[in-house]
Design a binder for this molecule. Structure first.
Ligand code: ZN
Length: 221
């Protein structure tokens, strides 16, 4: 992995170790998953959550009131009765919109108050997110190193030569060489000591390996 800005690909902020310049393979989907995981470990403080909600909700009221007032005014105008009613239509708009703006102002002040809570929380989430992204990156690099090692390639050939091209999962004969995979019965992530253990290896077709891989997180090539 070459050294590029960690922000270039997916916008993951640099963690506390600001000097690190590793590229992180974090796509949007993975980033969202990592963010959900970070949020589980660092739930948003309640006050920040409430103020965030109010800040969003408070703009709905004046917008709806203005829409209502406009539509009422338009109706009256079409009926040719655009005198008394239009006044109260606008009064409704202003009467609802102005207090809402007042509430919006209060929410803004509250937000300023929760800013420090928010920034420390955001800092925690960013650090966590960065740590998770780094861990994922290391897993990918370790995986690439393992599967391209000569030890693995040799072991893989041996297993295929001994077991033939029958899938140990579904039993069917695997026609295409590209569909032959050598699987770790006990996953490498949890049993690294069994990574090159012959008895832990079996031939699987790509479909069976993917199904199993979905449980074990990483399938063998
Ligand atoms: Zn199979």
């Amino acid at each position: 992995m070459s050294a590029e800005s960690p922000n270039s690909h997916a916008g993951v902020a640099e963690g506390e170790g600001g000097g690190s310049r590793r590229a992180l393979l974090v796509t949007g989907r993975v980033k969202r998953r990592l963010e959900r995981e970070s949020l589980r470990h660092h739930p948003k403080p309640t006050l920040v959550g409430i103020v965030d909600f109010l800040a969003k909700a408070v703009w709905v009221t004046p917008v709806v009131a203005l829409l209502l007032a406009t539509s009422l005014a338009f109706d009256r105008f079409n009926e040719g009765a655009w005198s008394g009613e239009i006044a109260w239509a606008f009064a409704l708009g202003v009467g609802v919109a102005l207090p809402s703006l007042g509430v919006a102002l209060v929410v803004r002040l509250l937000r300023a108050g929760t800013r420090s809570a928010r920034s420390s929380w955001q800092g925690n989430v960013n650090t966590m997110l960065y740590a998770l992204a780094m861990r994922r990156q290391e897993t990918i690099e370790e995986r690439n190193a393992f599967y391209s090692s000569s030890e693995w390639r040799q072991m893989r050939q041996e297993v295929i030569a001994e077991d033939g091209a029958n899938c140990n999962g579904c039993g069917r004969q695997i026609a295409e060489a590209i569909d032959v995979t050598v699987d770790h019965r006990r996953p490498r992530s949890r049993y690294p000591e069994l990574a090159l253990e012959r008895s832990n290896l079996q031939v699987l077709c790509r479909a069976c390996n993917s199904r199993k891989g979905a449980r074990d997180e990483f399938a063998s090539p």
